[in-house]
Design a protein around this ligand. Structure first.
Ligand code: UGB
Length: 642
């Protein structure tokens, strides 16, 4: 090293040393007699926070000898948060002040941007083009990795467990996590090549231990343990007021209150953990991000993958038609004052004012032709092309822009109802792009693509009153049955007339409880090839579960409950229902549940009472079958089955 470089290095070290000493001295001043409890490096963090206007955290501490353990615990927490919070605590407070100032002034962060409808593909489930996209998507399946963001508390749902442990429906009691794992395995099974499709779950302090326990106690639902990786997001400090004063925990004066930083952490974690790089090196092309409670998620992923491939989208957001002003993020293309553009999710409360200020004086209104807003609703399932993503992560470290959303006590916008925090969102990744990248969306009808479980029974009932989807445990389950009935109807099946039932104050139409497991079919054409719906009739209130790949339904009349389970059949073994097959039994009933029952049942308002169910799980050797096949088109792998 040259002498001048040595001198420069020495200068920087000395400068840093002096700064650290000054901070420690400031820390000692803030702590008074309590300073003696801490070594110099711990005093530095106290000094840093005191300089950032956070002296209140240390005021009112009793003298040495009282609560010393609590004081030490507090400083340890500060050090840990300083290390885990992007930019450290000082920077966090500075960012918070800026964002809180903007929030206080009521400034819309999108001022100056003009919205327009972005580039996208509208798909009608089951149409020829939908099926073509599905087939194309399945050709890409072997190059996919999957990321589930599951760090959310589920406060709105009012459920105490982790949401991924909730049953998707009460007929099979398959949990969300099980359904997702089985869907990934089903895609893997059908994908070209013999690769393993990696799966990452982002957890948080609130959900991590329970997620691990759920996986461990269920042997990872059949997925090899090494295929699943968990990354845990850390919480960030809460802010008590518009000056960004850090908030103490109401029950512990030696603890900062913290809350999740939002699902946007997923990008930084994929980068920091080295996972995205590992995937890029292994040739993964697509990352599919999805949320914790959408049982329809994998019904749309194959087709959306096909769209990404065909359109060359770097980012492809899945969306559903959205009523104007509906409380769900909207996908927009935004053009800035200098002609720069970005395509991203705009929260509904920001969309209306920005539309009024620019292209649409009447705000966000429905298009009379479609009855929906031209800006489709973001369902936060995003497919991103990994090679470009990895480059962006190298540049940005995956840190997406934050926002703050305080709930003020009154119009003076000075005090908060409860402490807030900075947050970031997964769908804000396109904000990191410099422009020029292809960012688009795929719209599918909500019945086929989206039915999350987000709202408590009380909030859900209010949503329905307001003409909005309830997004409740009740609708989450009934929508699965209804979507499956609808798909079978599209293929020609007959059903008895629907019945209206009311659960937790929500009216639902029920035809039959049909569960088509991902192992049975991953695409519409695959289903059509194995299920001769034209020779199927299912009576109202019946239950049908179809599980496992090797099942051929050539005909069925069902009045009761039937489970077809081919999970133990391989190769040439085929479970076949021949034309004329009739099943009649007592079946299963949806029974309204009392309010004091267990949580999983209470939040949906009913349970399934099994009275009688026929289970078929034996196969016939394929060569014995005089099969006529019902397939329209199939991958080679599936052709080999019959
Ligand atoms: N999540 C995390 O993993 N970590 C966190 O810190 C927070 C959440 P919510 P949200 O689908 O209708 C999103 O709370 O954020 C996970 C979109 O932002 O269910 O209010 C959590 O476990 C919005 O644009 O939703 O709204 C869950 O899996 C809109 O599209 C996921 O993140 C909306 O979803 C979403 O968390 C929607």
């Amino acid at each position: 090293m040259a002498n001048s470089e040595c001198l420069l290095l020495l200068y920087f070290r000395l400068d840093r040393h002096l700064r650290d000493r000054e901070r420690a001295e400031a820390g000692a001043r803030a702590l008074g007699a309590n300073a003696a409890l801490f070594p110099q490096d711990e005093l530095e963090i106290v000094g840093k926070l005191a300089a950032a206007g956070q002296e209140h955290l240390f005021q009112g501490w009793p003298g040495p000898g009282t609560d010393d353990e609590g004081k030490r615990r507090f400083v340890e927490q500060l050090l840990a948060l300083d290390a885990s919070t992007p930019g450290g605590l000082e920077d966090y407070v500075a960012r918070a002040r800026r964002l809180l100032k903007d929030a206080q002034s009521g400034r819309n962060p999108l001022d100056g941007w003009t919205p327009s409808v972005p580039l996208g593909e509208n798909l009608a489930y089951g149409s020829e083009s939908f099926c073509d996209f599905e087939d194309l998507g399945m050709e890409e399946a072997g190059r996919c990795a999957f990321v589930l963001v599951a760090g959310g508390l589920g406060e709105r749902l009012g459920y105490n467990g982790i949401k991924v442990a909730l049953p998707t429906e009460s007929t099979t009691k398959t949990s969300y996590l099980q359904l997702y794992i089985e869907s990934i395995l089903a895609m893997q099974e059908r994908a070209p090549g013999n690769g393993i499709l990696p799966f990452v779950i982002m957890t948080s302090g609130d959900t991590h231990a329970k997620t691990v326990a759920l996986l461990e106690s269920n042997q990872y639902f059949g997925m090899p343990k090494y295929q699943v990786k968990l990354v845990q997001q850390e919480k960030v400090p809460c802010l008590a007021d518009a000056q960004a004063s850090l908030a103490l925990d109401a029950s512990d004066p030696f603890k900062l209150q913290t809350k999740p930083h939002g699902h946007g952490d997923v990008h930084a974690l994929l980068y920091q953990s080295g996972i995205s790089k590992e995937w890029a090196n292994a040739g993964v092309k697509w990352i599919c991000f999805f949320q914790d409670t959408n049982a329809m998620a994998f019904r749309s992923i194959p087709a959306a993958l096909g769209v990404s491939k065909m359109r060359g989208f770097h980012v492809n957001s899945l969306a559903v038609p959205r009523k104007a002003k509906e409380a769900i993020g909207a996908l927009c293309k935004l053009t800035g004052p200098k002609g720069e553009t970005m395509t991203l999710n705009v929260e509904y409360n920001q969309l209306d004012p920005v539309l009024r200020a620019t292209v649409s004086p009447e705000g966000d209104v429905n298009d009379p032709k479609t009855g929906h807003s031209p800006y489709p609703g973001n369902i936060n399932q995003i497919i991103i092309s990994l090679p470009e993503y990895q480059k962006q992560l190298e540049a940005s470290k995956g840190v997406v822009p934050e926002f703050v959303n305080p709930k003020y006590t009154d119009s003076s916008r000075t005090t908060f109802k409860s402490p807030t925090r900075l947050e970031c969102m997964m769908q804000d990744y396109p904000r990191l792009l410099s422009g020029g990248q292809s960012v688009g969306f795929t719209v599918m009808e909500a019945w086929a693509a989206y039915s999350p479980v987000k709202n408590s029974p009380e909030d859900a009932a209010a949503k329905v009153q307001g003409g909005n989807p309830s997004h409740s445990a009740t609708s989450g389950e009934i929508d699965i049955y209804n979507a499956n009935c609808r798909v079978l109807k599209m293929l020609g099946a007959e059903f008895g007339p629907p019945q209206t039932r009311t659960f937790n104050g929500i009216d639902v139409e029920i035809t039959a409880q049909v569960v088509l497991c991902p192992s049975y079919a991953m695409t519409y054409r695959e289903l059509a090839s194995k299920f001769n719906a034209a020779k199927v009739r299912i009576e109202t209130g019946s239950s049908l579960v179809v599980k496992g790949e090797n099942i051929l339904v050539k005909g069925l009349e069902l009045n009761g409950a039937l489970k077809l389970d081919a999970s133990n059949l391989y190769g040439a073994q085929m479970l076949t229902l021949h034309p004329g097959m009739k099943v009649k039994n007592m079946g299963c009933q949806l029974v309204e549940s009392p309010l004091d029952t267990e949580e999983e049942v209470r939040i949906r308002g009913f349970y399934v009472q099994i009275q009688e169910i026929k289970v078929l799980d034996k196969g016939e050797h394929r060569s014995k079958l005089k099969t006529q096949t019902f397939r329209k088109s199939m991958s080679k792998k599936h052709r080999a089955l019959t």
